[in-house]
Design a protein around this ligand. Structure first.
Ligand code: 7B1
Ligand code: ZN
Length: 263
């Protein structure tokens, strides 16, 4: 699918060489969400997601995270409402996590770190025809961020965890079908924070309407441990590096306001 054009992804700056700073970028992500400073906005509507599990295509290791990709050539997987004026199409989802359960998320809530964070990446299909176009525009992307906590086993996640050993190395891809992204959403998606920011890995473009869920999902310790069995490196490389701590350092708020959909 469009999501898998490696050219964009492979030009990315290796995370472990430290975060690439973007000169002049003042709407960068991730950020800390200071709950008391968030402004309740009663105009924020409930989010409306409609995902079709049949459009799930593949799961692959891009050397930063693992991505589950969807066919984004039709409006089968849509997100609208919330802070969004237009309709957005799901393109892929992926995660960020730490080497231990003590850290790993990109966003924090009152400086609280979570062991991992899920990102569902969507692009504005009302105004653009491809992700590559939308990624350059201020209203081009919408990413839902969901925190993961270690607790009970997540039944929906297990199918994805079972596929990871097949994509241990960078650039490995396997077919992955009939996975419902809605199974990863928390029960309450009406309570969220939203702000304007950027992609957290190159191209780091400031084209993202971030929608960070207040309610986390729970996964088991063992499920999260399998994430850490992935490798940043490809099969050919002599030194294998565990794929852990694939999160970006937090960025200054630079006067932005974080809005909340709840009081
Ligand atoms: N951590 S993040 O901010 O959610 C984040 C960061 C960087 C990203 O690059 C892409 N690229 C595509 O999906 C893609 C889609 C179509 C063609 C090429 C790439 N999605 C991203 C999400
Ligand atoms: Zn991400």
């Amino acid at each position: 699918t469009a999501c898998s054009s490696k050219s964009v992804l492979s030009q990315m700056h290796p995370m472990w060489l430290g975060p690439l700073e973007v000169p002049g970028g003042d709407h960068q992500s991730p950020i800390d969400i200071a709950v008391k400073k968030a402004v309740f906005d009663s105009d924020l509507k409930p989010l409306e997601s409609n995902y079709d599990p049949q459009t799930c295509q593949q799961i692959w290791n891009n050397g930063y995270s693992f991505l589950v990709e969807y066919d984004d050539t039709t409006d089968k997987n849509t997100l609208k409402g919330g802070p969004l004026q237009d309709k957005y199409r799901l393109c892929q989802f992926h995660f960020h996590w730490g080497e231990s359960n003590d850290w790993g998320s990109e966003h924090t809530v009152d400086r609280r770190l979570f062991p991992a964070e899920l990102h569902l990446v969507h692009w504005n299909s009302d105004r653009y025809t491809l992700f590559e176009e939308a990624v350059m525009e201020e209203n081009g992307l919408a990413v839902i961020g969901i925190f993961l906590k270690v607790g009970k086993r997540h039944e929906g996640l297990q199918k994805l965890v079972d596929a990871l050993p097949a994509i241990r190395h960078k650039d490995s891809v396997v077919e992955f079908t009939r996975f419902d992204p809605a199974s990863l959403l928390p029960s309450n998606i009406d309570d969220y924070w939203t702000y304007h920011g950027s992609l957290t890995t190159p191209p780091l473009t400031e084209s993202v309407t971030w929608i960070v869920m207040k309610q986390h999902i729970e996964v088991s310790h063992d499920q999260l441990a399998v994430f850490r069995s992935l490798l940043f490196t490809s099969a050919e490389e002599e030194v294998q590096k565990s794929m852990v701590n694939n999160f970006r350092v937090q960025q200054p708020l630079r006067g932005r306001t974080v809005r909340s959909s709840f009081t």
